[in-house]
Ligand binder design. Structure first.
Ligand code: C5P
Length: 408
């Protein structure tokens, strides 16, 4: 993408350098525009060095001011696929909310047809001020996006809301706003299970598996990016992704309860969790002591979350499962598709330690129509995007087929 990064006057401007670098490393072209106050906190040279692109400013002494400044703002406004302002001061929010153009950045913001994203940073009193809140609400009503400021100790010494969101979250929001939305998924609620479950034996020991939850988290990000409202029920320790409602769970029973509470509202389910099939029959309330001689562990079956939700689904809900098999993986997956009443199974071949914890993976979709061409090998984030594109196409094919039946 071609991104304009607007930097206004706040201490958090030093973090914009990191953001500029992260975006450039992700392959985006990044051009920075500094306001006069922004240029007191960070120099154009820093930003040009990190992005390899010119840096612009309202003050001819600060940025690289081109020969024909009268049309510069139009060229920049057209060049951008997305404009992000980080940090955004109350002043810049107020100007843009009210259509004022008094310097290069505010003029570009007024002229651009690209998506605009705000990452505000200011004193908490200013942020909570009704005038600032009204300006922010107005910008959102124009279709602009926001990466909400965080809570913490602010540069002014006060504690409260107003801290610039972390750089990784801003980059996530840019990814979300920069991705075209898909009709069959946009605005729909999608329930995703991910990660390992943990079944406690006693207060210190647990039964679990080698899943990290990475694939499910990438699927949550990919569904989010195309417009789905994702609810992620997550086991394991990986951090929750930005822009996704996440519920943390430990055991299979907790995962089932969290899913059942959300299933009726969901358009579909993606069961990517590696759910433990067994749990100890009776978890001990205190740490179990070792004894002499052989020991055994009595196990009972955990609920099958995918099968349970699938059996109670409405005809307008869809269900995707995963299969990780080390042998005869396609035949095994086909029987799973039928037994659990799924719309599709994405088959992992876990032979030789592939899939779990690996960076690169391949998935073969299987539906009632048969086997589809494999997706990958790709990194998990790219693979998740391919899965979402593939599934959105299947949903569109289905919707068209239904329309044809209704209109003979
Ligand atoms: O039967 P199997 O465990 O191989 O099926 C794998 C699929 O079923 C995955 O999509 C997994 O998330 C789901 N599953 C589940 N609850 C279980 C076991 C598996 O949702 N208890």
């Amino acid at each position: 993408m071609q991104i304009i990064l607007g930097i206004t006057g706040g201490v958090a401007a030093y973090k914009s350098a990191e953001l500029a670098r992260l975006l450039a490393n992700q392959g985006h072209r990044v051009r920075c525009i500094l306001t006069e106050a922004g240029a007191r906190f960070i120099t154009p040279l820093t930003l040009t060095s990190l992005t390899g692109e010119p840096c612009y400013g309202s003050n001819p002494d600060q940025g690289e001011w081109r020969a024909n400044p009268s049309i510069e703002h139009i060229e920049l406004a057209r060049w951008a696929d997305l404009v992000v302002v980080a940090p955004a001061t109350a002043n810049m929010l107020g100007k843009t909310a009210n259509g004022l153009a008094t310097d290069l950045l505010s003029t570009v913001l007024l002229a651009t047809r690209a998506q605009v994203l705000w990452a505000p940073a200011m004193n908490s009193g200013m942020w909570e001020n009704p005038a600032v809140q009204a300006n922010m609400a107005r910008l959102l009503s124009f279709g602009h996006g926001i990466v909400e400021p965080g809570e913490g100790v602010l540069a002014c010494g006060e504690e409260g809301t107003g801290k610039l969101a972390d750089v990784a979250s801003i980059a996530e929001a840019i990814r979300f706003h920069g991705t075209p939305k898909l009709r069959s998924l946009n605005g729909r609620k999608v329930l995703i299970t991910s990660g390992p479950t943990r079944e406690d034996l006693d207060p210190v020991r647990t039964l679990t598996n080698r899943s990290t939850g990475a694939m499910g988290i990438e699927l949550a990000r990919a569904f989010r990016d195309v417009g789905a409202r994702v609810q992620l029920v997550l086991g394991g320790d990986l951090p929750a992704p930005w822009g996704v409602e996440t519920v943390r769970v430990r055991s299979a029973q907790q995962m089932l309860q969290a899913c059942e509470a959300r299933w009726a509202d969901s358009a579909g389910l993606v069961a990517a969790a590696a759910v433990a099939d067994q749990r100890p029959e009776a978890p001990a309330p205190e740490k179990v002591k070792k004894v002499q001689g052989p020991e055994s562990l009595a196990l009972v079956r955990t609920p099958d979350i995918l099968a349970t939700l699938s059996s109670s689904r409405r005809s307008d809900q869809w269900v995707l499962g995963f299969a990780a098999e080390s042998q005869n993986h396609l035949e095994q997956a086909l029987s799973k598709l039928k037994a659990k009443g799924l719309d599709a199974v994405l088959v992992n071949d876990v032979q030789g330690g592939r899939a779990f914890g690996a960076q690169v993976n391949t998935l073969t979709p299987l539906t009632h129509q048969g086997q589809h061409p494999s997706l990958g090998p790709l990194s998990k984030d790219r693979l998740a995007q391919e899965v979402v594109q593939w599934w959105a196409r299947q949903l569109e094919i289905r919707e068209n087929a239904q329309l044809q039946v209704i209109q003979p």
